[in-house]
Write a protein that binds this ligand. Structure first.
Ligand code: GTP
Ligand code: MG
Length: 178
């Protein structure tokens, strides 16, 4: 049995903990605290350390999925979690364009530390005010096709959508394991 580590990162409220929870076949370990006023986005808890879950892909491969905190004051956890990762997914909420600079900061933090495949997952496309995929790609700074990472849409509340994203990750990121 081979184990691989996938990190799910992105700004506060992008859906990282929900993604890990929905994906996991084991009871997820979640380390969360009540949100403080300055980070409140209408939910009660925020990740302060990590989420951990597992998904098996056949008898050969077990994917260990770690969700990071979204707040940059916990960036020491980003550093720890990304170190042994084989790939990461950056979740970005399509209905909160003000968070896009945070998403870019997280991306550059990761790019400074690791050179591993990554995928962007757009969440909250079903929400009022969601920008289009094209708008978000441009606002993330990808002005031409050449340097764009793969981008998928995902609803972290739906298992089929999360599993489809994981399959895409495997195909795009880890050829031979799909
Ligand atoms: N409608 C809708 N709701 C979503 C979607 N993705 C996530 N959510 C909801 O948005 C909230 C996101 O919460 P979390 O999963 O805790 O977000 P997080 O990224 O872990 O946030 P932090 O730990 O605070 O950084 C939850 O209530 C989810 O149910 C989506 O695509 N559509
Ligand atoms: Mg979380």
């Amino acid at each position: 049995m081979k184990n691989m580590r996938l990190v799910v990162t992105g700004p506060v409220g992008a859906g990282k903990s929900t993604f890990v929870q929905t994906a996991s076949e084991i009871e997820v370990i979640q380390i969360e605290r009540n949100v403080t006023n300055e980070t409140s986005i209408g939910k009660e808890e925020t990740t302060v350390a990590f989420d951990f879950g597992k998904v098996s892909f056949g008898p050969e491969l077990e994917l260990h999925i770690y969700g990071t905190p979204g707040q940059s004051r916990f960036d020491f956890m980003w550093d720890i979690l990304i170190q042994d990762a084989q790939a990461y997914i950056l979740l970005v909420a399509a209905h909160r364009p003000n968070d896009l600079p945070n998403a870019r900061s997280i991306l550059s933090f990761m790019e400074q530390r690791v050179e591993i495949p990554m995928l962007i997952g757009l969440t909250h496309l079903d929400c009022l005010g969601a920008l289009s995929l094209e708008d978000i790609i441009l606002q993330l700074g990808y002005v031409n096709d050449q340097n764009r990472p793969p981008i998928v849409t995902v609803n972290p509340n739906l298992r089929a959508s999360v599993l489809s994203t994981l399959m895409t990750s495997m195909e795009f990121l880890i050829p031979g394991n799909a």
